[in-house]
Write a protein that binds this ligand. Structure first.
Ligand SMILES: [Zn+2]
Length: 264
């Protein structure tokens, strides 16, 4: 019986392996996109019920425009590269909220939130595209699903096969609640690993380039973030440290992103 469970576990495990578009990195995804989407929709609703939308209509419209431009460009790329099946798992929404925190995030499935406090850092439409590209990349590379899956393996370890076969929804719900801090502080998402951050930087540059935004703007944006000497708490910085390493790595990827930019 144990052997059967182990076998099934391995089969499910292998079946759950997929790879990230463009980077080709293999990842383990144990939760279906539909499940992740429905749970993040609940978390997103809690968030927008508690934080009012921005009254700055001009910048709200700009956030939507940049989000639409990049999401459409990414979807066009997916459709042209036999990845169309994946596009049904997103319900994009781009929102600017009334909050002076320097922050932005994207929930799995495509709910992107910009805080007003990040506008002095983004400054221009292209600056917005840097942050938008990065956040959309987290969603498209399914970093939340991967993190959730890793967390499930860590929490349920030996009982994984049983859990996958029997009680997966409950386990998923429990884990997503932990990751998203639901019930405590809505909208607080645990920082991604460095690996995910670098991947989101690389894909983010490519995605903004696909939409016609110059990826070189990313260096300027991150230098601004690094150079903010006001001593204010930059939420985005605490989850996205902009050390020299990060900027250097981004510069390495710019030539790759420029190939997509020049195709415009
Ligand atoms: Zn990030």
């Amino acid at each position: 019986m144990k052997r059967i469970a182990l076998f099934l576990g391995i089969v499910l495990f292998l079946g759950a392996c997929s790879s990230v578009m463009i980077t080709g990195r293999r990842q383990l995804l144990l939760v279906s996109d539909a499940e992740v989407l429905s749970m993040s929709a609940t978390a997103y609703k809690q968030f927008i019920d508690s934080v009012p939308a921005s009254k700055d209509l001009q910048n709200s419209a700009l956030v939507s425009k940049v989000g639409d431009n990049i999401a459409n460009a990414v979807f066009t790329y997916m459709k042209n590269n036999n990845l169309a099946a994946d596009t049904s798992n997103y319900a994009w929404e781009f929102r600017l909220v009334q909050d002076t925190t320097v922050n932005a995030f994207c929930m799995p499935g495509g709910k992107v939130v910009f805080f007003e406090g990040i506008l002095p850092m983004t400054q221009t439409e292209a600056g917005m595209a840097v942050v938008m590209g990065h956040e959309i990349a987290h969603a498209v590379a399914k970093h939340s699903n991967e993190r959730l899956s890793q967390q499930m393996v860590a929490s349920f370890g030996a009982g994984l096969a049983d859990m996958l076969l029997a009680n997966r929804s409950a386990a998923t719900r429990q884990t997503i609640n932990i990751l998203y801090g639901i019930g405590a502080q809505v909208g607080v998402i645990l920082p991604y690993s460095r690996k995910h951050e670098y991947e989101a930087d690389r894909l983010g540059l490519i995605f903004m380039a696909m939409a016609g935004y110059d990826p070189n703007e990313a260096v300027t944006f991150w230098q601004r973030m690094a150079g903010d000497g006001t001593g204010s708490t930059l939420e985005f910085m605490s989850t996205h440290p902009s050390d020299g390493n990060r900027i250097a790595k981004m510069k390495e990827v710019i030539p790759e992103a420029m190939k997509y930019y020049n195709k415009q």
